[in-house]
Design a protein around this ligand. Structure first.
Ligand code: FAD
Length: 605
């Protein structure tokens, strides 16, 4: 008889046990052992420089440079990993999430060998980076005689299948996506959560106690340099928080655990051990348990779900009582299954008697947008996240574009751009533009790791075509650093939308820096919260404090130019100027893959 499968289940985009089609596939193999693995991938969750010197990692180096992860996303991820580990232990007390560090393409083959793995199972990661990484893993698996089982579960529909059905073209509208998926049947119903899990046992092991099992696993890895502790003494971590782009610092990380106990070897690291600390309690907490509770509470209110209308939701409400679901961080890390969300929303809608909203503005529409960007990214690949080489991205002569050398490789460290744009970009990032609506949103992003969708609209339009004329790539990088829900498809996709580079073309439609927030809140509560120096301003001046007479400024205890900046530019002049630029760029009809863009002659626009 052929030996029973020995499965390594690799968690990546799916930090949950509920509705996990990939985990269900792993269990369907009826394995004799199951190793729940988290591989701390420095390319995705850049923190650890282990192996950066090796050949294979060089190929990813650019990705690391482009990709900074702020403290909120790290914290959320660590919390989600801890919860997942606890969930595993809840159904199998002698198992837990086995956390290892380093390049998956290097670590996995070592683990397969040491653990006698026959199958590697994971949720399919259709992002460009995920595909590249998994192609290398697949090659290594073939050599090691390990069977790979990859199952879609991160989207409503498999982006690969949608793209196939769309003849390799990107989905540019939600209607085109809807037309394609109509023929693919309903969103799959959620699968049952596992009730038990096999133990992570070495071949022939008879251990039964958790302590013994982990000690044995840890001993099996002794002598393997990358495994002699979760973190090697004298090891370095890339401090991407403080790094100026391209100039990352390597901080020494002290070994926070030893190999003495197996438990310690595989444990979830702490923020501190990654060289990060947090000064205040986070509001958005990670993990499957909170995600499911949040979804259930929202769905209890069938009216909220059935009448949800994105354009009517207020960006002037923040994380304490958001007007939208605030489920994006959980969907990003797969703490919440998107298909469960879809079907729970459907069920709540059925319970509601009365007029219901429809896509694109209802919740189904929001989830479809997520799929639309994932499918578009699938079709475009790596170029989706940038202007250069991106066939769907209109070329604009933005200030501070990403710069490449003759062979098309991004120049790192980045040469400084014109000083006015550099200082505007800094003011934008720091929430110091002198426009309270923008500053409050950007400070909220930095403090909480989240911003309402229409807040994201306002700031993205402001930085690009609205006022600053700075490339959307630079704005997308700031979001990458600060957003908990950062996603390689939705982030660049939405930035292209808001800058009218792709997906959306009505560049004459803009968000007034005073008139837009006033539609939602004339009292400026969001500004008062995140720009406390303006808290005492009368409502009439809250969105334009520089217009307040000197005595009002004095009474409010905040003098413009001293305690809060003057606006960094003139809203109306910059808008008119940029509108003319947009018109010229649209007429020139250059795209990211135009010859003129690739050879640099498009700069003469
Ligand atoms: P809800 O309104 O409650 O929507 C439910 C879910 O639908 C969200 O959780 C999200 O998964 C999905 N969704 C909603 N709108 C969109 C959209 N426009 N595009 C893609 N998915 C959507 N969303 C991300 O998940 N990651 C990003 O990196 C990201 N970057 C963005 C950058 C810009 C410039 C803009 C304008 C939007 C971006 N969005 C991104 C989309 C959107 O703003 C967030 O998904 C949403 O605000 C999250 O809040 P929520 O969970 O309350 O959303």
């Amino acid at each position: 008889a052929s030996p029973k499968p020995r499965v390594c289940y690799w968690f990546r985009t799916d930090l949950r046990l509920h509705d996990s089609p990939a985990l269900a596939a792993a269990l369907n193999l009826k394995p004799e052992a199951l190793f729940p693995l988290w591989c701390w991938d420095p390319n995705v969750n850049a923190c650890c420089s282990l192996g950066l010197e090796s050949g294979v990692n060089r190929a990813f180096l650019q990705y690391v440079y482009k990709h900074r992860v702020g403290v909120h996303r790290f914290r959320f991820l660590l919390e989600s990993m801890t919860v997942l580990s606890d969930q595993i232990s809840a159904i199998q007390p002698n198992s837990k999430l086995l956390v290892v560090r380093g390049e998956p393409v290097e670590l996995l083959p070592i683990l397969w060998k040491k653990w006698g793995i026959s199958h590697l199972v994971f949720e399919k990661d259709p992002s460009a980076y995920g595909r590249r990484r998994d192609a290398i893993v697949l090659k290594a698996a073939k050599l090691a005689n390990v069977t790979i089982v990859s199952v879609q579960g991160h989207h409503l529909y498999d982006p690969e299948l949608v793209t196939l059905k769309n003849k390799g073209k990107p989905t540019m509208t939600i209607t085109s996506l809807q037309n394609i998926v109509k023929k693919m049947g309903n969103v799959p119903k959620p699968v049952a959560s596992p009730k038990e899990l096999p133990l992570p046992l070495l071949k022939g092991s008879t251990k039964t106690e958790r302590k013994d099992i982990f000690l044995e696993l840890s001993n099996a890895l002794r002598g393997t340099p990358i495994f002699s502790g979760n973190c090697l003494e004298g090891d370095t971590a890339v401090d991407l928080n403080s790094a100026s782009l391209g100039g990352e610092r390597h901080l020494p990380v002290t070994c926070y655990e030893t190999v003495d106990g197996g438990d310690a070897l595989f444990s979830v690291p702490t923020l501190e051990s990654l060289g990060m600390s947090e000064d205040k309690e986070a509001k958005i907490k990670g993990g499957e348990v909170i995600a499911l509770k949040r979804l259930a509470t929202l769905c209890d209110d069938s009216k909220y779900i059935a009448t949800f209308s994105k354009p009517k939701s207020s960006p002037a409400q923040w994380v304490d009582k958001p007007s939208t679901t605030l489920l994006s961080p959980y969907l990003k890390f797969g703490c919440l299954s998107i298909r469960k969300m879809w079907w729970d929303v459907e069920e709540a809608k059925q319970r509601y008697i009365g007029a219901k909203t429809e896509p694109p503005e209802n919740l189904n529409g929001q989830l479809l947008f997520r799929d639309m960007y994932a499918c578009a990214e699938y079709a475009i690949g790596d170029a989706f996240g940038k202007v250069r080489g991106n066939e769907i991205c209109r070329y604009m002569d933005w200030n501070l574009p990403t710069v490449y050398d003759e062979s098309g490789v991004e120049i790192v460290p980045r040469p400084p751009g014109d000083s006015v744009s550099e200082s505007r970009l800094k003011a934008f990032k720091d929430g110091q533009t002198g426009f309270p609506w923008i500053d409050a949103q950007m400070r909220q992003l930095k403090q909480e790791g989240w911003m309402h969708h229409l807040g994201r609209h306002s700031v993205a339009a402001f930085l690009t075509r609205g006022q600053c004329w700075i490339s959307w790539e630079r704005g997308a990088e700031i979001f990458d650093e600060y957003l908990i829900d950062w996603d390689p498809c939705s982030n660049p996709g939405n930035w292209m939308w808001l800058s009218c580079s792709a997906f959306y073309a009505q560049y004459f439609k803009l968000y007034g820096l005073v008139s837009f927030p006033q539609k939602y809140d004339k009292t400026g509560a969001l500004v008062r919260k995140y720009c406390p120096e303006l808290a005492k301003y009368p409502d009439a001046y809250i969105y334009e404090p520089h217009k307040a007479p000197a005595n009002v400024q004095k009474q409010a205890g905040c003098i413009i130019g001293t305690d809060y900046p003057y606006p960094i530019l003139d809203e109306k002049n910059s808008k008119d100027e940029n509108m003319a630029r947009m018109k010229a760029c649209y007429e020139a009809k250059f795209y990211g893959n135009s010859k003129e863009v690739l050879d640099g002659t498009a700069n003469a626009l």
